[in-house]
Design a protein around this ligand. Sequence first.
Ligand code: AMP
Length: 113
Amino acid sequence: MDCIFCKIAAHDIPAKTVFENERLIAFHDLFPQAPVHVLIIPKVHFSTLNDVPQGESALLGEMMSTATTIARELGLADDGYRLVMNCGANGGQSVFHIHLHLLAGRQMSWPPG
Ligand code: AMP
């Protein structure tokens, strides 16, 4: 499958990795939208949130808790940060392998664009 995030997960293309275990890998976004912009992805391929079966909900929880761990480790927890997962065309998703955005280092606005 020609998926750029599968290739990053397999270490076939480089990324600035900040975390990795058997199920997840997290790395800096190539086009950061904030001073800190990290993507947390599962190594297994799901195109969108709609494709994640209920039985895999623990994986989504692990993505979220890993984001909080990374935020703490990068010293972002006290000032705060934003976690975002875009789903599908209207959600603004451009890479069709699910990923959680961790954005930090500036004041976020609301509502998002
Ligand atoms: P989304 O628009 O929610 O699908 O987010 C996809 C994100 O992946 C964007 O923020 C891109 O900048 C980022 N991205 C695309 N290709 C790469 C890459 N090779 N390494 C790191 N981040 C990437």
